[in-house]
Write a protein that binds this ligand. Sequence first.
Ligand code: NAP
Length: 309
Amino acid sequence: MINVLFAARPERWETYETPLRRAFAEAGLEVDLRAEFAPSDVDYIVYAPNGAVQDFTPYRRCKAVLSLWAGVESIVDNATLTQPLARLVDQGLTQGMVEWVSGHVLRHHLGIDRHILGQDGVWRAEVPPLAPDRRVTVLGLGALGMACARALADLGFDVSGWSRSPKEAEGVTCLSGAEGLDRALARADILVLLLPRTAATDNIVDARALGLLPEGAVILNPGRGQLIDDAALLAALDDGRVGHATLDVFRTEPLPPEHRFWAHPRVTVTPHIASETRPGSASRVIAENIRRGEAGEAFLHLVDRDSGY
Ligand code: NAP
């Protein structure tokens, strides 16, 4: 019997219990899944932020901590965590992000607001350019960023992407390094942020970076709030150098009601809903990693604790 501790917020248990049990059965695993165990009995921890487990020291038998979230910034620096940590790469999560990013890129590309908000009897026959004439840049070409870059390229956009290590992808101009970042920003009519939050990415979109964007550029941030210097962004929005920012993630969540982002005419706030972990597909990923652990195979999607993602 494999003992799996579900260590997320208590209300998540109802959402995940059945899909996890089903996925374990499908994988042929005999699992005792519980939201409480004596720490010394636990073989694997299924983890989400704000759950009960913050000190991993007593979980000496635990073979891996399996995150239900793609972003692991809340756990990656936990000094008590000596077990391998896997983040979530999940087909449902990826599909959701592709849909959110594609939808919001198309909103700005087509100027949809002009027609939705301007039902005032004025015939505004402005024709938007076609996608090949719109340059979109995706910062972060990981599981989510690469899927979004490819989907946007398939729609015909002129897509570039930026990552730490060099990449190749059909239809996507892949850039890396400091000079690559500047090139990626300089061509971003629409900029999509899908970097993880790490020491190296905090405030990466600062006044300098904003100054490199084309006049009137649009920013979509479904990555993490800390990627953007909020004061610099507000200044760029105030004077129109940045045409619009659609923000899904924030330094403080929920975004406080008095925050300027809510009322700014050039900002759209979405409440961290760009993409949710989907219990069915995510549970199958968790089950596959436990199967691997039990078979002595390498875990999938291990976090590099030094780089922080
Ligand atoms: P991932 O697979 O780890 O990809 C991260 C990408 O960022 C990689 O391409 C990586 O480069 C690049 N990167 C990291 N640090 C960098 C640096 N210092 N300079 C340049 N590139 C850097 O992550 P993912 O699964 O795509 O997820 C990305 C983020 O999305 C998550 O961390 C999370 O914060 C966010 N997210 C948000 C939501 C939402 O609902 N809003 C949902 C899920 C996830 P390499 O390829 O070279 O390693």
